[in-house]
Write a protein that binds this ligand. Structure first.
Ligand code: ATP
Ligand code: MG
Length: 579
């Protein structure tokens, strides 16, 4: 400790909100360089290396082979896959001195595909799985939470190459099993959930989420074992309803009812129902947003959802990707005079309508459902508007919020919601990239076939922060043994020469026994109290104190996580720590 490049800090960094961010900075593991960009200091690097080692061991054990690509990449392959455009503002782009377009790689599907294409040509070469542990760059819109979401971060990305679908399934399964082993070893509570396969196409896709209230992902679980990222949850679609007896739609005066609450209150007062009161779910709320496509064009979109539900921005983002969501602004209203704010109804929505705005509705808006919705006149709503009879939309969209108690799509019961941190993502890509980049091999009959691929990512740097989200208390970090920067933190509590000599001796003995020891040998300048505080902040799992008891032949052994202390005879401490 007297020479270690380390300064622990008393105060949380001003920009830190989550515990891992505060503690990793305060305990001297990382330092911020710019938003979402961090340096790793000696302690942090040791933990990072341990996470990397676990991931490497499990990848090697399942037969994947390590390679490493550059981060600085040419444009052309991303152009061929369409991602040069699709990434929009989410990647770092640059030019070389000859004015060639380059990119800092956000993920490497294209380059692995090209490498295999370059060297392999026959079904006999397959299957093969390759991986790398490498630095990735993404110009994240919201870098947050320190290294949990960086703009530069370390990922393990792996790719499988198979001749047919059965091969892909088998490769996927083997990666899945390896991931279970990796996350079991990392030691946080995690769930494996269905994920949205999004713009990449492909079929099976699962995420490994660390269960954590500070996570940005919401996932659902049912009693029957269904688990999915909220982005991947599909709505249980009700059967169509008969509507022969439903009266014709009628527009009514509903002054000062621009919100669902004011509307429902007014309906119950002015147009009471015989059977039950009106409720928010009887209304159809039409939400306007603007999609910004990767090429920069803006497209307005109207989304019709039952009035008791909000549009979930993350679900919406996931379904419209690679487009991004922007608010529908005053200038957009000005450009579409048919839209009456607060009273917008299906009558003016749809590509064929007066506004020309694409109109997508929630899957619950099935034929025969009856709605109260805007009449496109200030202060007026229309009642008994029947889907399929009085209006249609341009299609359905999974963008409404998922709520606790909603039915699981597979019939396995009501959903509960929780939050998590995405730690890993495994994905059957299929032939998307192989087709775009022409990765074909000869099959047994000498015929050229397109290879099918999977991609498998783990957030290595994110894992350090995710573990810290679990492994801490009010005093600091409490690393699990497998990831701790050191095995033992040895503290000499006093200036007395015999104590210092005893500490030095113990340090040598512990190291000779194969333990990695952080030795607080700071003499004079630092009080025992400060040393104990630092030890608690840094979070090495076992702390040995050479102090008062030494005169009686004992040292104190403290378990950082439980706080439990025991006196151990000096002669037994090495055996105790290595057993
Ligand atoms: P997220 O939804 O959190 O942005 P993603 O879906 O973009 O993640 P992938 O492209 O599947 O992530 O990347 C694989 C893994 O890399 C993720 O599971 C995550 O652990 C990690 N990762 C992704 N983005 C970041 C980031 N900005 N900082 C740190 N780790 C990241
Ligand atoms: Mg992302």
């Amino acid at each position: 400790m007297s020479t270690l490049f380390l300064r622990t800090l008393r105060d949380d960094p001003a920009d830190a909100e989550v515990p891992s961010h505060k503690l990793l900075v305060r305990a001297g593991y990382v330092r911020r360089v710019a938003p979402g960009i961090y340096s790793w200091l000696p302690l942090g690097l040791k933990v990072l290396a341990k996470v990397e080692a676990i991931v490497r061991e499990e990848m090697d054990a399942m037969g994947a082979q390590e390679v490493r690509f550059p981060a600085l990449l040419p444009r052309e392959p991303y152009e061929a896959s369409g991602r040069w455009t699709d990434y929009g503002p989410n990647v770092f782009r640059l030019k070389d001195r000859r004015d060639n377009d380059m990119m800092l790689g956000p993920t490497h599907e294209e380059f692995f595909t090209l490498l295999v294409k370059d060297l392999y040509s026959s079904y006999k070469d397959l299957p093969v799985s390759l991986y790398q542990v490498q630095t990735k760059y993404r110009d994240e819109a919201r870098p947050r939470a320190g290294i949990l979401r960086g703009r530069e971060f370390i990922m393990k990305d792996a790719y499988s190459f198979d001749i047919d679908d059965a091969g892909l399934s088998a490769s996927y399964q083997r990666f899945r099993e390896a991931y279970v082993r990796i996350f079991d070893r990392l030691g946080f509570e995690y769930v494996v959930v269905h994920a949205q396969s999004g713009a990449m196409g492909g079929s099976a896709s699962e995420e490994f989420l660390a269960v954590s209230d500070t996570g940005e992902d919401t996932f659902v679980r049912s009693p029957g074992g269904y688990a999915a990222n909220v982005e991947a949850v599909t709505t249980v679609v009700p059967d169509p309803l008969p509507y022969d007896d439903v009266p014709a739609a009628h527009a009514e005066q509903t002054p000062d009812t621009p919100t669902i609450d004011t509307l429902v209150a007014h309906l119950n007062e002015a147009f009471p129902r015989d059977d039950r009161p009106w409720q928010a779910s009887d209304t159809l709320k039409n939400v306007l947003v603007v999609l910004r496509h990767p090429d920069g064009t803006r497209e307005p979109l109207a989304i019709g959802v039952p009035g008791d539900r909000e549009v979930d921005p993350k679900r919406l983002e996931a379904v419209v990707a690679p487009a991004e969501i922007e608010p529908f602004e005053e200038k957009d209203f000005a450009a579409h005079p048919a839209l009456v704010k607060g009273y917008i109804g299906p009558g003016v929505l749809g590509v064929e309508s007066v506004s020309g705005i694409r109109y997508l509705t929630d899957p619950r808006v099935v034929e025969g459902t009856r709605w109260v919705t805007g009449a496109n006149v200030l202060g007026s709503h229309v009642i008994d508007l029947v889907a399929g009879r009085d209006f249609t939309s341009d299609g359905t969209i999974e963008a409404a919020e998922v709520r606790p108690g909603d039915p699981a799509p597979d019939g396995s019961g009501p959903l509960e919601l929780a939050r998590g941190i995405e730690m890993g993502h495994i994905f059957q890509l299929g032939r998307l990239y192989a087709e775009a980049l022409g990765l074909q091999v000869l099959d047994e009959n000498g015929k050229l076939v397109t290879v099918t691929m999977g991609s498998y990512g783990v957030g290595i740097s994110r894992a350090v922060a995710a573990v810290a989200e679990y492994a801490h208390d009010d005093l600091g970090l409490c690393w699990p043994a497998e990831l701790a920067p050191y095995d033992v933190h040895l503290v000499v509590a006093g200036k007395d020469e015999t104590l210092v000599a005893a500490g030095d001796g113990l340090y040598d003995d512990l190291r000779a026994a194969g333990l990695d020891v952080l030795y607080d040998d700071r003499v004079g300048k630092v009080s025992p109290g400060v040393k104990f505080k630092d030890a608690e902040l840094i979070g090495v799992p076992r702390i040995v104190v050479v102090g008062k008891g030494f005169a009686d032949g004992v040292v104190e052994l403290k378990d950082r996580a439980t706080g439990e202390r025991v006196d151990v005879p000096v002669g037994e401490i090495v055996a105790r720590l290595t057993s």
